[in-house]
Design a protein around this ligand. Structure first.
Ligand code: UDX
Length: 429
């Protein structure tokens, strides 16, 4: 099929490259000319496993092209995906300005009536409004379908080809036919439901996962006080098939480009409907409190940060990405610096971005970061840190202390090496 994708960001580009590698004819559109030129030359603007190879193969086979001409693309394709960003505004509400710009351009494009597929995460009911706008601008019976994405950074392409489910919100259901054909090579349950239900599924899924993390984090607070190790509780809870082990790792909590903005946008939707989102507020508050509690723990272990030498291991919001959006490390670095610590950061992907944003040293090697340090603070559980030689770590540090923000280390092993250990949700040092 011939498809257009508006938005060459994380979701649009990963989706476009994936469809192209399935043999569909894909045109990716973006308003950023420089980005388009770099993509046409085979350079992706962010790192994602497999993306570079699949992009260069699709360019060679000419199954993908890049342009800034949305109206022309709309006239040439069978389906247009909308995959532009919907960031949070000050009050948490999703900012739909990019989506409206695309809808306006599609409506005025003169393209024969087609199907627009919304991949961007949008408040429930947005599909109805976009359909109205397209129909009023074009005076043609455009259809709008919702097809939320569940791609995780660091495994976006794997998630695309092996999804748990494909959700299509189509009212009427016949509007899902094009998507059924498009995804026919992918083996996964294909659920067609009313458009608003599909929009809700995306928010509810992300909020549920965020809630699972905040839940175990709150249990972790009680564990810490009562001498219980939260990781043992997670393990045992996760073996209950009704609960499941995923997203039960206690620690610094969630960040990234999706959970924070989607939780905030969902809270706004509740407020707009006059329903108190008590669970979601607690989910969000518990998550915010992680960073504060982690700093308190470190402060109490060190007796204050003034003149302390701190090695911060990990900065990206999770391993496998250089994405710093809403990463707990940002707040941690800021507070450490404000309170007079000397900070050296090691992150295998986000080091350069950190060096540009803060007055800190960076080190490529975790041991070099820990040289002469009073404490190592683990903020992101990259494998690189978990493989560090602990005897060597102890020898390098001025004061051997590891504060584990992700419950990623075995406390017994760390302590056996003569390194003091503290973590959120585990009995004290
Ligand atoms: C998420 C959703 O998983 C994806 O379906 C959606 O489309 C986009 O948002 P992503 O932002 O890439 O994907 O991150 P994810 O891997 O889900 O992790 C989210 C955050 O939760 C990370 O900050 C991670 O460190 C944290 N996390 C995850 C925990 O603190 N504990 C856990 O047990 C799991």
């Amino acid at each position: 099929m011939r498809i257009g994708i508006a938005g060459a960001g994380y979701v649009g580009l990963s989706t476009g490259v994936a469809f192209a590698s399935m043999g569909h004819d894909v045109t990716v559109v973006d308003i950023d000319r420089a980005k388009i030129d770099r993509l046409a030359a085979g350079h992706a603007p962010f790192y994602e496993p497999e993306l570079d190879e699949l992009l260069s193969r699709a360019l060679q086979k000419r199954t993908i092209r890049f342009t800034d001409r949305l109206a022309q693309t709309a006239r040439e394709v069978d389906l247009v995906f909308i995959a532009v960003g919907t960031p949070a505004k000050e009050d948490g509400e999703a900012d739909l300005s990019a989506l409206w710009a695309v809808a306006g351009a599609l409506g005025r494009s003169g393209a024969a009536p087609k199907t627009a597929v919304i991949k961007s995460t949008v408040p429930v009911g947005t599909g109805d409004l976009v359909e109205e706008r397209l129909r009023s601008l074009s005076r043609a019976p455009w259809r709008v379908v919702s097809n939320p994405e569940f791609l995780r950074e660091g495994s976006a392409l794997r998630d695309f080809f092996h999804p748990d489910r494909i959700i299509v919100g189509a009212s009427p259901p016949e509007a899902a036919a094009g998507l059924r054909q498009l995804y026919s090579g992918i083996d996964a349950p294909f659920l067609v439901m009313p458009r608003r239900a599909a929009e809700m599924v995306k928010y509810a899924s992300n909020a549920f996962l965020a809630a699972k993390i905040s839940f175990i984090n709150q249990i972790g607070d009680l564990c810490e006080r009562t001498g219980v190790d939260v990781t043992q509780v997670s393990l045992a809870m996760g073996l209950d098939a009704r609960i499941g082990e995923a997203f039960l790792r206690a620690g610094l909590g969630w960040g990234g480009s999706c959970f924070p903005k989607d939780t905030a946008a969902l809270i706004r939707q509740f407020e707009q409907q006059g329903i108190e989102p008590s669970i979601l507020r607690a989910v969000s508050d518990v998550n915010r409190s992680r960073r504060r509690r982690f700093l308190e723990l470190a402060r109490s272990c060190l007796g204050g940060f003034r003149s302390a030498r701190i090695a911060l291991w990990g900065a990206s919001f999770k391993p496998g990405t250089d994405d710093l959006r809403e990463a707990p490390s940002l707040e941690i670095i800021e507070r450490l610096l404000q309170e007079g610590a000397e900070v050296r950061v090691c992150d295998p992907a986000a080091g350069e971005k950190i060096a540009a944003a803060f007055d800190v040293e960076t080190a490529a090697d975790p041991l070099a970061a820990a040289d002469g340090a009073d404490a190592v603070l683990l903020a992101t559980e990259w494998d690189l840190f978990l493989q560090v030689d602990l005897a060597e770590l102890k020898a390098r540090m001025r004061r051997p202390l590891l504060i584990d923000g992700r419950n990623a280390f075995d406390p017994g092993r760390v302590r056996r090496h003569g390194i003091a250990y503290a973590a959120l949700g585990r009995p004290g040092p």
